[in-house]
Write a protein that binds this ligand. Structure first.
Ligand code: NAD
Length: 508
């Protein structure tokens, strides 16, 4: 791993950075980054002090004044080069993601590919930041709207997508003419340092002002600082619903804007008309991929009672093939949880399932022994539960799959919508009526609703996010870029009179 850190340009590990400059060297508080893969300490990252934070905000404000004047296609060209740099570093960065966070190497590379994809998307967007024109009711008048950048965009990110979520926000924010300040998860600081290094090289070559891309490292206290900082007009925060409630309140309290991407509790409805080959594969990848630590992980299967036994048996057979172990070894399907506190939450959820009368179809346990010395490896499990169980209302960030039966289709939709979260949902059916009903206004209440694919594995082209306690934010594709800009409506009078709107007369 030291070799990979070296290749990514991470030699001296420090933090509180702006483009190319590292504001603090080995002093003050620090975070130790441990790998959940083998429990080894990878490096020490120094935290951003109060003084460094203020300096960085100051630099960012200065940089914004310049960066916003760069034509958007020129900004897009810089982002194109960031995409190229990511292509060059895909292997190393993917391995670092896998080692520091614990997801499989395939998913680590996939995360970097998502970054490359959003770079490409943003390059296209750089010539498409369109506003509308409207017909004025007044003669000799023209109306149109245009979009301007906001200023400093704060990004608070979670451990489970340590690089992709930053890039979704950042590439859009930059192409729109904003500057960014990123507070990554304290559990994955090295991935963030690596991204900042990759970007800094490109920015230096292109002569960008210092302060367009800023990285600050620390725990939630630093996140709270961003949330309450009036210098930061938009705070995009990805993480737990608990965090989102706090950030949303702090940003709302100063009437700033927040973009919240919070917890999910995602379900797949499997109807009697499902193609079970597709349904089973989708359910398993959704439930055990990233060891159940995706916001879009499949947590609930809502299965028609007539096919419950068949689905259950096929799941059990497929789960018996799962290889658990070092995620950098491509033979393994499931890696570790992020840390021991996540393991405790997994154990707590299993205990709760038992208390509520859940029937374990595959028992869960913490794995011990040679290959599992980090103490973070757990066995993916399956529990049959009643739809009204309390544990099913919560998002447990672990590979626990709840099976629930239904009889009527309306009941399936009601169960699907009965949780406080509203991120991702799916239906497995070849029945057109059921599929369309699921997507209709009376169907899924989630931000993402899929047919015959699972709940996880979104593409960057669509707007990503969810409803209810998931926070309502939308990132990534479609017109999510509008969140990073302010809209201005302009009316121009090219006549020689001054007619008022609504025909109002005002004579003097
Ligand atoms: P977390 O809420 O513990 O931490 C996320 C980030 O918020 C970290 O950087 C943390 O330091 C910061 N933070 C925590 N409390 C804060 C506060 N009060 N004020 C400001 N910042 C604060 O989440 P996590 O354990 O890192 O990630 C897992 C959670 O993230 C899950 O709930 C998952 O569903 C969610 N998530 C959602 C999405 C999405 O797009 N909807 C994507 C990824 C992860």
């Amino acid at each position: 791993m030291q070799n990979i850190l070296h290749q990514l340009g991470i030699q001296a590990i420090n933090s509180g950075t702006s483009t190319g400059t590292w504001w603090e060297e080995e002093k003050g508080e620090f975070i130790e980054s441990f790998s959940p893969v083998d429990g080894k300490k990878i490096a020490t990252v120094f935290c951003t002090s109060h003084a460094a934070y203020n300096l960085i905000i100051n630099k960012a404000e200065q940089a914004f004044k310049e960066w916003r004047l760069w034509p958007a296609p020129r900004r897009g060209e810089v982002i194109r080069q960031v995409g190229e740099a990511l292509r060059k570093n895909k292997d190393e960065l993917g391995r670092l993601v896998s080692y520091e966070m614990g997801k499989s190497l395939q998913e680590g590379w996939g995360e970097v590919q998502e970054m490359i994809d959003i770079c490409d998307f943003s390059v296209g967007l750089s010539r498409q930041l369109h506003g509308l024109t409207m017909h004025s009711e007044r003669p000799g008048h023209r109306m149109y709207e245009q979009w301007h950048p906001l200023g400093i965009v704060g990004i608070i990110s979670a451990f489970n997508f340590p690089v992709a979520v930053w890039s979704w926000n950042t590439m859009l924010a930059w192409v729109c003419g904003n500057v960014t300040i990123w507070k990554p998860s304290e559990k994955t600081p090295l991935c963030a340092v690596a991204c900042q290094k990759i970007v800094a090289d490109v920015f230096q070559k292109n002569g960008l002002p210092e302060g367009v891309s800023n990285l600050i490292t620390g725990d939630k206290v630093l996140g709270e600082k961003i949330a309450s900082d009036t210098h930061v007009p938009l705070v995009s925060a990805t993480g737990s619903t608990r965090m989102g409630k706090s950030v949303g309140a702090a940003v709302g309290g100063r009437l700033g804007r927040s973009l919240l991407e919070l917890g999910g509790n995602n379900a797949i409805i499997i109807t009697p008309d499902a193609d079970l080959n597709i349904a089973i594969r989708a359910a398993i990848f959704g439930a055990v991929g990233t060891a159940g630590q995706r916001c879009t992980s499949t947590r609930r299967l809502i299965i028609h009672e007539d096919i419950f036994e068949t689905v259950k048996d096929r799941l059990v057979a497929a789960y018996s093939q799962l290889q658990i172990g070092n995620p950098l070894d491509e033979a393994n399907h499931v890696g570790p949880l992020i840390d021991k506190s996540a393991v405790e939450q997994y154990q707590h959820a299993l205990e709760q399932c038992r208390k509520e009368g859940g029937i374990f179809i595959i028992e869960g346990k913490v794995l011990e022994g040679d290959r599992f010395e980090s103490g973070c490896y757990v066995k993916p499990c399956i529990v049959a539960v009643k739809p009204d169980s309390q544990i099913v209302q919560q998002e447990t960030f672990a590979p626990i799959l709840y099976l629930i039966t239904y009889r009527d289709f309306e009941e399936a939709i009601a169960i699907q919508n009965s949780v406080p979260q509203g991120l991702s949902s799916a239906i497995m059916t070849l029945n057109l009526r059921e599929a369309e009903q699921f997507l209709s206004v009376t169907g899924s209440d989630c931000g993402i609703a899929n047919v015959n694919i699972g709940t996880s594995g979104a593409e960057i082209g669509g707007a990503f996010g969810g409803e209810k306690e998931t926070g309502g934010g939308r990132e990534s594709g479609s017109d999510a870029w509008k969140n990073y800009m302010r809209r201005q409506t302009n009316t121009i009078n090219y006549s020689s009179i001054l007619p008022l709107a609504q025909g109002i007369k005002f004579e003097i």
